[in-house]
Design a protein around this ligand. Structure first.
Ligand code: AMP
Length: 592
């Protein structure tokens, strides 16, 4: 069907008067200092995410208002008010204090979307403890790698996840001092060398005074994958709350009476920034579904939970589209007034699908782990060009740059002034949620900046109206189901297999998941390609990495293409896989 290139905003799209409607005016007058004044702050100029998200509301009119509403198939919904959340996070902060865990120490959480996860994250933030939520579908290897890189001293997890994923590696986690377990079925954990979180919480006081943190003090450590080496720990600070609050207003249009649902798991940055922090900063009620994706269930939740603002992802939207419009039309969404998506390119058809079946277009927005919050967005304030990520939010200056001299260090770039020219997306540095370092990797951090610009690693173009269009990643990192996967981490695990001599991993385009992980391996002398060997390698990868990260496809090659300096040429593997031109192969070992 022929669709117009622009979706004009209608009164139906704007059921509530949005926070802002004047794009140029708001961008012109906005300041981050002004945005900070929307938060309360601690006495003496301090700022603490946990205090702003929970205690500020618990001490005021929102004390009885539902902050978090947990739903699952296995029992009734659980509502946690701002007052309850304040008390529970106080207890957790006191538990940490009683264990000698304080400001600047590192806590990891490995759990499904259960109340204890949210309490631990927010309680740790109030205690000044730096938090990393880990994706519970990770296998033992990614968990241990991240915990060790982050120097995690405390881990909060469940009995079951501990037994399966942590216990086998515990001896290789030298910094880990305390494991706090959520016991199954309300019982008490029997695991040796661990503590029972329920018992500790019951014994702890529910009164706690938030630790004095400054806006520049570390708050969260989020791991992200690069092309080479181990994952990078992006350090975020308490001041990030200023961006979370401002973007909750500009990009998600959160109003106090909203019932909001962010479908991202807190093991990924969206699930923390916009699944925990931003909605609580706005004092709204946040729905948390503890179950995995199910089209019928999701439509039912949107309807029966009266969701008004919904933040989801392209893979989920594609799965809903696959389930067919009839299913969507069996439900009604009179409360829904704003839908946004992030994480991968959102095809124009998906934007229109929203309009057709939900009655609302989907608003794509763009950001990444390093930016800590939404930077470029389609908002209620302006018309949508389906396929575009939108325009930079107030307080954000974006541009497209070209590199002057290849991969130099520090890089040298020039801003491209012309519209519609492809280059790397860059942002003028200095917004509050900008990452403040890659943990223990200053050189890699410095490589991201040039002349006051943060270089995002994404390729894009900007049109004459200031709309940004995503083109691709500048590196080999894979995006599968919205999750960033580093090829190096997968290759390293494949190389552990006795038969594997070399491994190269690429993202292969996939209609549903965006990309799937595909591995190419060559075998050591004495091994021959066979179906059973492929299955052995696949089983090893799944066991070590978890199903979300392990390759979905494995192909055998006699030898992998390498550069003269010995690097596997993933770009070439990908071009060959897709039947695309091979590009410049002058650095290929043995010639093109
Ligand atoms: P992460 O750090 O895991 O949040 O992944 C960030 C990356 O996801 C970005 O650098 C982009 O490559 C991709 N991404 C995020 N949002 C979008 C979007 N709206 N359109 C296209 N790609 C996106």
């Amino acid at each position: 069907m022929d669709r117009p290139p622009v979706i004009r905003k209608t009164a139906q799209d704007l059921r509530l008067s949005p926070h802002w409607a004047d794009f140029a005016g708001e961008r012109g007058t906005f300041t981050w200092d002004g945005a900070r004044r929307a938060l309360q702050g601690l006495p003496g100029g301090g700022l603490n995410i946990g205090f702003e998200a929970v205690d500020r509301h618990a001490a005021g009119a929102l004390r009885e208002h539902v902050a978090l509403r947990f739903v699952s198939r296995s029992g009734p919904a659980l509502d946690v008010s701002y007052g309850d959340l304040a008390r529970q996070t106080n207890r957790f902060a006191n538990v940490l204090r009683s264990l000698g865990v304080g400001k600047g120490d590192h806590l990891f959480v490995l759990a499904g979307r259960m109340p204890e996860l949210y309490v631990a994250v927010l309680g740790a933030l109030k205690n000044g403890t730096v938090v990393t939520p880990l994706f519970s579908a990770f296998g033992p290897e990614p968990i241990a790698t991240r915990l060790n890189l982050g120097g995690g001293q405390v881990l909060v997890t469940t009995d079951e996840l501990y037994r399966r994923k942590v216990k086998p590696m515990r001896a290789q986690m030298p910094t880990l001092r305390h494991v706090l377990l959520v016991a199954e079925d309300g019982g008490v954990t029997q695991e040796p060398d661990t503590l029972d979180l329920g018992q500790l919480m019951a014994a702890a006081s529910d009164v706690f005074s938030t630790v004095e943190t400054r806006p520049d003090d570390p708050a969260l450590l989020h791991f992200t994958s690069g092309t080479t080496g181990t994952p990078k720990g992006a350090v975020h600070v308490h001041g990030a709350a200023i961006t979370h609050h401002a973007t909750g207003r500009f990009a998600l249009d959160l109003h106090g009476e909203d019932r909001y649902w962010c479908t991202a798991d807190p093991g990924w940055v969206t699930g923390t920034s916009y699944g925990i922090i931003a909605p609580l900063l706005h004092g709204v009620t946040s729905l948390i579904d503890r179950e995995e994706f199910d089209a019928e269930r999701w439509y039912t939740l949107l309807e029966q939970e009266h969701i008004s603002v919904w933040y989801t992802a392209p893979t989920a939207i594609r799965m809903l589209m696959k389930a067919g419009p009839e299913l969507a039309r069996q439900h009604h969404y009179p409360n829904l007034r704003f839908v946004a998506s992030v994480g991968e390119p959102l095809n124009p058809e998906a934007v229109w699908w929203g309009k057709d079946v939900l009655g609302l277009p989907i608003h794509d927005n763009w950001w990444q782990t390093e930016t800590g919050g939404i930077m470029i967005a389609n908002t209620p304030a302006f018309d949508i060009k389906p396929g575009s990520m939108g325009r930079p939010l107030p307080g954000i200056e974006a541009c497209i740059v070209e590199h002057l001299e290849g991969e130099g260090e520090p890089p040298r770039v020039r801003i491209i002034d012309l519209p519609n020219v492809e280059g790397e997306l860059a942002l003028k540095s200095g917004w509050p949620s900008m990452f403040r370092g890659y943990l223990n990797n200053e050189a890699r951090y410095n490589k991201c900046f040039c002349d006051g610009l943060y270089l995002t690693g994404d390729l894009a173009r900007v049109d004459a109206d200031g709309y940004y269009w995503f083109i691709g990643r500048a590196d080999d990192v894979i995006k599968s189901a919205g999750h960033l996967i580093g090829p190096f981490e997968v290759e390293s695990v494949l190389l552990e297999c006795p038969a594997v001599a070399e491994a190269g991993v690429i993202g292969k385009p996939d209609a549903m998941l965006g990309e799937v992980v595909k591995a190419f391996v060559s075998l050591k002398d004495g091994y021959k390609p066979s179906e059973s060997l492929r299955m052995d390698i696949s089983a090893h990868a799944r066991k070590r990495l978890g199903a979300a990260v392990a390759p979905k496809e494995i192909a055998f090659l006699p030898v992998l293409p390498r550069t003269r300096s010995g690097k596997i040429m993933r770009r070439l593997l990908k071009a060959r896989e897709l039947g695309l031109p091979e590009g410049d192969t002058s650095t290929l070992e043995g010639g093109a």
